[in-house]
Design a protein around this ligand. Structure first.
Ligand code: FAD
Length: 332
């Protein structure tokens, strides 16, 4: 009896007292994805030590940058071409190897395509539950996350030995670089060969702000009617405002714009200072992706459109006259 109970008590004490998190650092061309800084803030809220994992062909510069952030106590680097592009089949074994060596209590990544791709595979390999898209932290084992497209908020408690968590970046402020200089060491070796191979990517180059982190977003809906109209009206308006362009799913499905622009339950979740919805009705699946915006404005020719119920400012007008007029006025 006594022999069996004592180690258990000891372990409980140890896990409650010594939180140690692993933060997956997403980066490209030596730039760290801004959502990583939001995730770092979430990791800091858990308390304890934070180890940053930087993997890639040339992880050195990113490792030096993340080491400067207050709260980061160590940086693990994995230098290999296989880690470029965040392929989960090679990245997940690396995270699992780091976990086996360092015994973290929490593994965190942002809820971006990168984190959503890798962490569920890590959770499966470790045989623990995945906790997705958290917007709040109530304790080291208790998290807040939206469910049903944000229509309900769930509080989830995990008894797993390690918590595998993706973080909604708009719910946490970005951590700021400081004058920390956390030590760097190589990450444990892991299997790098995989049946999955990176073939290539086609990226649309844009000078406009990035949708996920822009402070202003203008989104177009089905009412734009064509790709030509969408390009002409939405992109001119965005440029006049210094805004990123978003879209409803109806606009994407109708081929008016690229699917990377989709805002909503099955698209991006944004929370800019200003969100302007143009010719978008405001379906719950769309609202799930933008309702946390600070100021919501809408242009719609139907006064009954649901978007106007959540908008701070509504303009009941035909977008084909209102948008060019607004764009001209903004240019002045
Ligand atoms: P509509 O609903 O057709 O609205 C068009 C609006 O434009 C109307 O309000 C109309 O009054 C107005 N309008 C028309 N003409 C003019 C004009 N000349 N001037 C001004 N206003 C005009 N949707 C998303 O957006 N994002 C998602 O992530 C998403 N995920 C989904 C997931 C699931 C599982 C499902 C079932 C649906 C999802 N949807 C999503 C689709 C969603 O339900 C709606 O169908 C979609 O958002 C509608 O897009 P819309 O507002 O552009 O089109």
């Amino acid at each position: 009896g006594v022999r069996a109970t004592l180690p258990l008590l000891h372990r409980r004490y140890a896990t409650a007292q010594s939180v140690s998190s692993l933060l997956l650092v997403e980066h490209k061309d030596n730039n760290i994805a801004s959502s990583t800084f939001n995730t770092l803030t979430a990791a800091s809220k858990l308390g304890g030590s934070i180890t940053a994992l930087v993997a890639g062909e040339n992880p050195e510069q990113v490792a030096t940058t993340i080491a400067k952030f207050p709260g980061v106590s160590k940086v693990l680097t994995a230098k290999d071409k296989a880690y470029e592009h965040g392929i989960s089949e090679v990245y997940a074994p690396l995270v699992v190897a780091a976990q086996k060596t360092h015994n973290f209590t929490h593994l965190l990544a942002s809820n971006s395509a990168f984190g959503k791709n890798i962490l569920p595979r890590v959770a499966a390999l470790l045989d623990v539950a995945q906790i997705s898209d958290i917007i709040g932290i109530e304790g080291t084992d208790t998290f807040i996350r939206p469910i049903y497209a944000g229509n309900a908020i769930a509080k989830v408690k995990s008894n797993d030995s390690v918590k595998v968590v993706t973080v909604r970046s708009t719910a946490f402020p970005a951590a700021k670089e400081g004058d920390n200089s956390a030590p760097t060491e190589p990450a444990p070796e892991s299997e790098k060969s995989s049946l999955t191979e990176w073939v290539g990517e086609e990226l649309q180059k844009s000078d406009r702000p990035e949708l996920g982190s822009a402070s202003r977003v203008v989104s177009g809906g089905r009412a734009l009617k064509s790709r030509e109209n969408f390009d002409k009206l939405m992109f001119s308006l965005a440029d006049a405002l210094g805004a990123a362009v978003g879209a409803s799913r109806a606009a994407v499905d109708s081929g008016y714009c690229d699917n990377a622009l989709q805002v909503g339950q099955t698209g991006k979740v944004v929370a800019p200072d200003l969100y302007l919805a143009v010719g978008i009705s405001g379906a719950i699946q769309h609202i799930a992706g933008m309702k946390d915006s600070k100021v919501i404005a809408a242009i719609n020719n139907d006064a009954e459109a649901p978007i106007l119920q959540i908008a701070d400012f509504g303009l009941i007008a035909d977008l084909f006259t209102a948008v060019p007029e607004l764009t001209e006025k903004l240019k002045k």
